[in-house]
Design a protein around this ligand. Structure first.
Ligand SMILES: Nc1ncnc2c1ncn2[C@@H]1O[C@H](COP(=O)(O)OP(=O)(O)O)[C@@H](O)[C@H]1O
Ligand SMILES: Nc1ccn([C@@H]2O[C@H](COP(=O)(O)O)[C@@H](O)[C@H]2O)c(=O)n1
Ligand SMILES: [Mg+2]
Length: 466
């Protein structure tokens, strides 16, 4: 355990490389979508190889990782699907067939499959039947292009070309006697074998092939998981790492003060609804409000706190924290006003100021109207605007707050959707300010509108779009 657990974070960081973050899909429904970065460059998925001896717990570990992620952006491909079909002669003498030798697999097909997934195509993967020793011609599993692809099997580290497709390699370790015991149980219960045939196959093929091919490939692993599925610490670390990578946009690496709230199905579902041009006004407002509430709560989590102790009804002391008291909201009129209710619902009696930035003509001159609390310089400010596009009006508003004496580091800018251009514009000028957003979109178009975006938020929210 010590070997795996000490090096695990380092190895994962090293293995992940610089190219894994900032996933964006061009359309919400595309099954074969390519992932995109903020620069609108197609981005390859992150491929994790999971190897280990038979019955070490590879499939179990992969299932646990996928279940914990409960995120459809992860797909599993089993090396078993690429077992070569047996001809009738081989089938008649199946007990003499070595399923543990590298030649038992159609590695060319496996390579083609992973390469396709890596470039964003979906693939049909055969489903292997261990009872019949073949994959059935009419049974395929559709594997969609995804942000993370897990490739699992006893010999996935054997071929260098397959290894080269992987960004992270995990070896699942378990004692040989434990594996044999599990294999006997599994193969008799699930794979239609009797104990004798399992033992015979194990001695003749499985163990020698493990020693000759599987064990020597362990050296390629970045992470070794001792005790397989029982090693919850290792699995948690791997899951956390994948989660971070999935949720982390490149911009969050460049600007450490940009926070994208952790994506979940609920959040993506709400985004899908509010971005849909055909959604009813009522639903648009409802789901926008839900998302705004999440962003506001998340933003509040970045405020400073002081320790506070209370006595519970069981007469014991609970050591907790006290909320930051000196707060105020500032909405950038008009769409920022849509975020005021959520802020009021979270912070009783909070003062809310307003800034209106009105562009006069095309010469870049701007008129600013403001109404802010007089003691604003003593407060932490939650600046509200659901969409950050170019960053020009945000910068005007922030400049005004700074002129009023608010330190940059006391400003948290809350958005639902942020364009990379706007983030660059604001963060370069105000590196100590924090931005909390629920999604970073692909880019701005020629008309400076966020793409894919959601149109004119204020008009849609306040019903002035018809
Ligand atoms: N930690 C564990 N404790 C008990 N049984 C396990 C554990 N991990 C796996 N098994 C069982 O052992 C068998 C082999 O596990 P599996 O994950 O299929 O291994 P692999 O894919 O490496 O061959 C399965 O029947 C599984 O339920
Ligand atoms: N028709 C087959 C094909 C493969 N095997 C055995 O499966 C093992 C690989 O699967 P794990 O889930 O255990 O990794 C491998 O050791 C083969 O011996 C088989 O018995 N019959
Ligand atoms: Mg398996």
């Amino acid at each position: 355990m010590s070997e795996g657990s000490i090096s695990i974070e380092y190895a994962m960081e090293k293995a992940s490389g610089p190219h894994f973050s900032g996933f964006r899909t061009p359309t919400a429904t595309s099954v074969s979508s390519t992932t995109f970065s903020d620069a609108n460059v197609p981005r390859e998925p992150f491929v994790i190889g999971v190897s280990g001896g038979t019955a070490s717990g590879k499939t179990t570990v992969c299932d646990m990782i996928i279940q914990q992620l409960h995120d459809h952006r992860v797909v599993l491909v089993n090396q078993d699907s690429f077992y070569r079909g047996l001809n009738s002669e081989e089938l008649k003498r199946v007990h003499e067939y070595n399923f543990d030798h590298p030649d038992a697999f159609d590695t060319e097909q496996l390579l083609e499959c992973i390469k396709k997934l890596k470039i964003g195509h979906s693939v049909q993967v055969p489903v292997y039947d261990f009872k019949l020793h073949r994959w059935s011609s009419d049974s395929f599993r559709q594997v969609n292009a995804s942000d993370v692809i897990i490739l699992e099997g006893i010999l996935v580290f054997h071929d260098q070309r397959v290894r080269n497709l992987m960004n992270m390699k995990i070896f699942v370790d378990a004692d040989a006697d434990v594996r044999l015991a599990r294999r006997i149980r599994r193969d008799t219960v699930e794979r239609g074998r009797d104990v004798n045939s399992v033992l015979e196959q194990y001695a003749k093929f499985v163990k020698p092939a493990f020693d000759d091919f599987v064990l020597p490939s362990k050296k390629y692993a970045d992470v070794i998981i001792p005790r397989g599925g029982d090693n919850h610490v290792a699995i948690d670390l791997i899951v956390q790492h994948i989660r971070t990578k999935l949720g982390q946009h490149d911009l969050c690496k460049i600007y450490p003060n940009v926070y994208v709230i952790q994506s979940t199905f609920q959040i993506r579902g709400m985004h899908t609804l509010i971005r849909d041009r055909d959604i009813s006004k009522h639903d648009f407002v409802f789901y926008s409000d839900r998302l705004i509430r999440l962003v506001v709560e998340h933003g509040l989590g970045h405020l400073p706190f002081t320790e506070k102790q209370v006595v519970t009804p069981t007469a014991t002391v609970y050591t907790g924290v006290d909320f930051c008291k000196k707060l105020c909201g500032v909405s950038i009129v008009r769409s920022g006003e849509s975020m005021e209710n959520a802020l009021r619902a979270c912070c009783k009696g909070i003062k809310i100021g307003k800034i209106l930035i009105h562009r006069e003509g095309d010469d870049g001159k701007q008129l600013i109207y403001e109404k802010l609390p007089t003691d604003i310089s003593e407060r932490h400010v939650l600046l509200l605007d659901p969409v950050l596009a170019t960053g020009n009006s945000a910068n005007q508003a922030i400049e005004l707050l700074i002129q009023k004496g608010v330190p940059q580091s006391h400003i948290i800018f809350l958005n639902l959707i942020s364009a990379p251009e706007g983030i660059h514009c604001v963060c370069k000028r105000y590196p100590s300010l924090k931005i909390v957003t629920s999604e970073i979109d692909v880019a701005l178009n020629e008309e400076f509108r966020v793409i894919p975006g959601m149109g004119e938020f204020g008009d849609r929210y306040f019903g002035t779009d018809d």
